[in-house]
Design a protein around this ligand. Structure first.
Ligand SMILES: NC(=O)C1=CN([C@@H]2O[C@H](COP(=O)(O)OP(=O)(O)OC[C@H]3O[C@@H](n4cnc5c(N)ncnc54)[C@H](OP(=O)(O)O)[C@@H]3O)[C@@H](O)[C@H]2O)C=CC1
Ligand SMILES: CCCCC/C=C/C=O
Length: 375
């Protein structure tokens, strides 16, 4: 549609839009980049959620479709996706979602055209537009995967920082780390904070924030590359839960006990951590990835004795609880990033079509830091 208008304006017959000569004539009026962009925005690619996951997600659970971009209606905005997020939460949150629709999820995108007063061409946003290259949506009726209305956020000037950070340290994972740790664990300087899934998008930030607050930090993850990275970030103790005996290592290396546990994983290893907690310890239950792909919930050793004997407080949370304070977390994390006190690492896969593989990879533990796809 847009290309037809451009061609009409140049006098090139519109039926020649896909022919090389037409492209050559146009290039005298338009830069090669804008022409490529114009051509590519005629259609949009979507990954459809085609089959409910059975165990681990599979590429065949998704279907790639390409559609013409419809005309924009009043109140709508057309975006061009720049980065799309892949997150383990997608596995449990997909349960019960209707099939045949675009896969849900967050993306960083640029506004291409707008018929909404609060969005203008060229704005960069982060929002739940799903797995699509050129989505159109009405921001006022856009739903997050968690079932609430959530408008795409227009991003402030990121200065020299990459826009992709709006999906990581300056976005949902950053706020999960900040609010989950500060509000639920309430760590005090000198206390010991333990984190499972410690080298991931959320966990790597939790550990660094805890260090910034003056705590001792224990990180649990798998693979030498991840543990070395955590050590370089200042984690005091690192444990490979697949290669080492977590119980023995905690006894040896954390004799003072654990005051706060930020749990991304659940299962047997978390039961072990709970048995090392101090009196009045606090546990933020953020995720349970150890069980996301399981057909029947895995059994874990009983934890109630540790909870009772040490009078622990465990609380689960969704980060959306703090939507009303969203910018507070983002600004706090941005300050630490700018001071060099909050390092981030991104694990970027190139290509929209690679989204399913990227999701599967991050659930398997391939990613160090935040996993995302560059469209
Ligand atoms: N409550 C909330 O509001 C939110 C919750 N979450 C949850 O937080 C957790 C972390 O999310 P996020 O940082 O995005 O993801 P990560 O970047 O941490 O990626 C997932 C990691 O989980 C680890 N993992 C996978 N399987 C297992 C297993 N069986 N046992 C132990 N570890 C495993 C892998 O690390 P390794 O190689 O070290 O095993 C993998 O890298 C997830 O559970 C997610 O659902 C996320 C955002 C918001
Ligand atoms: C057990 C599922 C937890 C996932 C919560 C994720 C929220 C992300 O925004």
């Amino acid at each position: 549609m847009m290309l037809r208008r451009v061609l009409a304006a140049t006098g090139v017959p519109t039926h020649s839009c896909c022919m090389i000569p037409g492209v050559r004539i146009l290039s005298s009026h338009y830069s090669r980049t804008s022409l490529i962009r114009t051509l590519s925005t005629m259609t949009t690619k979507k990954l459809i959620f085609a089959k409910h996951f059975d165990g681990e997600p599979k590429p065949s659970d998704f279907k790639l479709v390409e559609e013409k971009i419809p005309a924009l209606k009043n109140g709508e905005v057309q975006f061009e996706a720049l980065f799309i997020s892949v997150d383990p939460y997608m596995r449990p949150v997909s349960v019960g979602k209707p099939l045949g629709h675009k896969m849900f999820g967050a993306q960083v995108a640029r506004v291409v055209e707008s018929k909404h007063p609060n969005y203008k061409k060229g704005d960069n946003v982060v929002g739940y537009m799903g797995w699509e290259t050129h989505p159109i949506c009405n921001p006022d009726t856009l739903e997050s995967p968690f079932g609430a209305l959530e408008k795409p956020l227009v991003l402030p000037d990121f200065k020299k920082l990459p826009l992709s950070l709006a999906l990581g340290v300056l976005g949902m994972p950053g706020n999960t780390a900040f609010f989950g740790l500060t509000e639920l664990c309430q760590p005090k300087a000198g206390e010991t904070v333990c984190i499972s899934g410690a080298a991931g998008a959320v966990g790597s930030l939790v550990g660094q924030i805890a260090k910034n607050l003056g705590c001792k930090v224990v990180g649990i993850a798998n693979k030498k590359e991840k543990l070395d990275w955590l050590t370089s970030l200042g984690f005091d103790v690192v444990i490979d839960y697949k290669e080492e005996d977590v119980d023995k290592r905690l006894t040896e290396k954390v004799p003072q006990g654990i005051d706060c546990y930020f749990d991304n994983v659940g299962g047997e290893m978390s039961s072990t951590v709970l048995s090392h907690m101090n009196m009045f310890g606090r546990v933020a239950v953020c995720g349970a990835i150890a069980g996301y792909n399981a057909k029947t919930p895995p059994l874990a050793p009983m934890v109630q004795s540790a909870i009772v004997m040490n009078q622990l407080r465990l609380e689960g949370f969704f980060v959306q609880r703090w939507l009303g304070r969203w910018n507070e977390g983002i600004l706090k994390n941005m300050g630490w990033v700018q001071e060099g006190k909050l390092q981030f690492r991104e694990f970027v896969t190139e290509g929209f079509e690679k989204l399913p593989e990227a999701l599967i990879g991050t659930m398997r533990g391939d990613a160090v830091g935040k996993a995302l796809v560059k469209v």
